[in-house]
Design a protein around this ligand. Structure first.
Ligand code: CP
Ligand code: NVA
Length: 301
């Protein structure tokens, strides 16, 4: 494993290794056992979109691993003025030991990996959010003990989260159901790949998707970069809400995950969100541990 560009590039074994290491790092963190695996190394963090969790967890994670992180907003580097990704990749590769990038086009992340000579980590694109789903899988394992055979249902937009959950869920032996409007389905090529490897359903019937699900997942109706579509999307998605009625058809002791930020009263009701806050904020914490595991796997010399 040289980079983390999308989850489909990983094997089931590689995902399990990352999750195991993440559990170990979490344990060591809690018990204040130092683990400076990346002492003296630097991570460059390119952001062309906003972030709370990704930025802070990568920066703190790098610090805890004995290294440091540089926040590179597009407005502060020449990328924002049109310097090509391929040149940025070749320059930064000479200064830093790894790059985390959050941007729009998945192709830009792939190009960074092609032209750079250091590990590249995808911190979210319009296509996928692999770091988030590694933390999600870690959280499900923590609450449910194992992943294989569980049913994961995603309710909402067939977006970057849906795509990564399909890949991560299928690779770890979960059944995945997506409840989304017909016009907002996840990536077609990815669905074809997933259907060959495991059990995937895509339906506009959210009750069918959620039925007997062990894990319910939801995300905003309008992602970053789609703000101007928010009004139109609110109409299309108005019935794609995780509420008590939907939860009543899920498995006993089902859990809820949300990548955050959440829009209460849209994709999830305030009551349901707060009733599952324990899982949702553990999930947010696990971003730190899962990403530290990814960085150690990719960057440890
Ligand atoms: N879930 C997530 O990636 O959060 P941020 O946008 O705050 O980084
Ligand atoms: N789908 C959301 C995820 C945020 C973590 C977005 O892309 O804005």
């Amino acid at each position: 494993m040289k980079h983390l560009l999308k989850l489909q590039d990983l094997s089931t074994e590689e995902i399990t290794e990352i999750l195991n290491l993440a559990d170990q790092l979490k344990y060591e963190n809690k018990h204040r056992i130092p683990h400076q695996h990346l002492k003296g190394q630097t991570l460059g963090m390119i952001f062309t979109k906003s972030s709370t969790r990704t930025r802070v967890s990568f920066e703190v994670g790098m610090y805890q691993l004995g290294g440091s992180a540089l926040f590179l907003s597009k407005d502060d580097i020449q990328l924002g003025r049109g310097e090509p990704i391929r040149d940025t990749a070749r320059v930064l590769s000479r200064y830093v030991d790894g790059i985390m990038i959050r941007t729009y086009d998945q192709k830009d992340v792939e190009e960074l990996a092609t032209f750079g000579s250091i590990p590249i980590i995808n911190g979210l694109t319009d296509y996928c959010h692999p770091c988030q789903v590694l933390a999600d899988l870690m959280t499900v394992r923590e609450f449910k003990k194992s992943l294989k055979g569980l049913k994961l249902a995603f309710i909402g937009d067939g977006n970057n989260m849906a795509n990564s959950l399909i890949a991560g869920g299928i690779l770890t032996g979960m059944e995945v159901a997506i409840g989304c409007p017909d016009t907002y389905r996840p990536d077609a090529a990815l669905c074809e790949w997933a259907s060959k490897k495991g059990k995937l359903t895509v339906t506009d019937d959210i009750f069918a998707a959620a039925k007997d699900a062990d894990v319910i997942y939801t995300d905003v109706w309008a992602s970053m970069g789609q703000e101007q579509e928010a009004v139109e999307r609110a109409k299309v998605f108005k019935d794609f809400c995780v509420d008590d009625k939907l939860m009543s058809v899920t498995a006993k002791d089902s859990m809820i995950l949300h990548c955050l930020p959440a829009h209460r009263g849209e994709e999830i009701t305030d009551e349901v969100f707060e009733a599952h806050a324990k899982e949702i904020f553990e999930e947010a914490e696990n971003r730190l541990h899962a990403q530290k595991a990814v960085m150690v796997k990719l960057m440890k010399k």
